[in-house]
Design a protein around this ligand. Structure first.
Ligand SMILES: *[C@@H]1O[C@H](CO)[C@@H](O)[C@H](O)[C@H]1NC(C)=O
Ligand SMILES: *[C@@H]1O[C@H](CO)[C@@H](O)[C@H](O)[C@H]1NC(C)=O
Ligand SMILES: *[C@@H]1O[C@H](CO)[C@@H](O)[C@H](O)[C@H]1NC(C)=O
Ligand SMILES: *[C@@H]1O[C@H](CO)[C@@H](O)[C@H](O)[C@H]1NC(C)=O
Length: 201
C-alpha cells in the first residue's frame, strides 16, 4: 500500500476513535461538569504529594513564565480555565476534546507581558501560547483531558502543521511532573501521567 493510503487510513481510524471516545463530560471534585466559563484548581489526585499549579520565571529570571506544581501540599496554586478550541463542540468540556489551558490570574499576565496560555517548548510546559489550535503554527498549545484510573490526566496532542484542511493529530504524550535541579517540580511532556482532579475555584 502506498504511504498516502496508509495516512488516509490512519486518519480515518483516528477520527473514528476520536468520535467513539469523545462523549463523556469531564467532571470536577463536586461531580459537576467542567465548563469553559468557570475556573478550576488542578490538584494532585493523591494528596500529600505537592499542591496545585503555579507560575514562575525561568532559571535566570527569564520570560515567559513556566508551569510548576507548588511544592507545598496545602497550596491550591493558581486558578485555571479551559478554553474550547472547537466552538461547535458543545457547552461543557469533554474527555479527549482539544482545549487550550490558561491561568485565570490576571496579575501574572503582566509579569512577562505575555499570555498565560500553556504552550510546549523543548518538552516542557511554559506559557505565552496562542488561543485556538486549528490554525497552522498554534498547535503547540493543544491539550486534552483524559480519564486516568479513578481521576484524570492531561495530554499534549499537537497537530501536524501547514495542512490545507484539518491537520491530523500527532502522537499525544502525557503531562507529568519533572523534578528540576533546585527541587522545584516543573510540568513536562512524555512523563508518567500526573494524576489530577479539578476543584472549582
Ligand atoms: C528553581 O528554578 C525555577 C526555574 O528555574 C525558578 O523559577 C525558581 O525560582 C528556582 N527556585 C529556587 C529556590 O532557586
Ligand atoms: C543563566 O545564566 C548563566 C550565566 O550567565 C548562563 O550560563 C546560563 O546558561 C543561563 N541559563 C539559562 C537557562 O538561560
Ligand atoms: C468540532 O465539533 C463538532 C461537533 O462535535 C465535530 O463534528 C467536529 O468534527 C469538530 N471539529 C474538529 C476540528 O474536531
Ligand atoms: C512524545 O513521545 C512521542 C512518541 O515517542 C513523540 O512522537 C513526541 O514527539 C514526543 N513529544 C514531545 C513533546 O517530546
Amino acid at each position: 500500500m502506498k504511504i498516502s493510503g496508509i495516512l488516509v487510513l490512519s486518519c480515518l481510524l483516528s477520527l473514528t476513535l476520536f468520535q467513539i471516545t469523545k462523549s463523556e463530560p469531564v467532571v470536577d471534585t463536586n461531580n459537576e461538569q467542567v465548563m469553559p466559563g468557570s475556573t478550576y484548581y488542578i490538584l494532585p489526585a493523591t494528596t500529600g504529594n505537592g499542591g496545585g499549579l503555579t507560575l514562575a520565571k525561568g532559571a535566570n529570571g527569564s520570560c515567559p513564565l513556566n508551569v510548576y506544581q507548588a511544592q507545598n501540599s496545602q497550596s491550591v496554586g493558581l486558578p485555571l480555565r479551559f478554553l474550547m478550541v472547537n466552538s461547535s463542540a458543545g457547552l461543557v468540556i469533554d474527555e479527549n476534546e482539544e482545549v487550550n489551558i490558561k491561568f485565570a490570574a490576571p496579575r501574572y499576565d503582566l509579569i512577562c507581558k505575555k499570555s498565560t496560555v500553556w504552550r510546549i517548548e523543548g518538552g516542557l510546559v511554559t506559557t505565552g501560547g496562542i488561543k485556538g489550535g486549528s490554525v497552522s503554527g498554534t498547535s503547540t498549545c493543544l491539550f486534552t483531558i483524559q480519564k486516568y484510573e479513578d481521576a484524570y490526566a492531561l495530554q499534549y496532542c499537537p497537530r501536524a502543521k501547514g495542512c490545507t484542511f484539518i491537520c491530523p493529530k500527532l502522537s499525544c504524550g502525557y503531562i507529568g511532573v519533572s523534578s528540576v535541579a533546585n527541587g522545584s517540580k516543573r510540568l513536562a511532556v512524555n512523563r508518567t501521567a500526573y494524576k489530577i482532579v479539578f476543584k472549582k475555584a
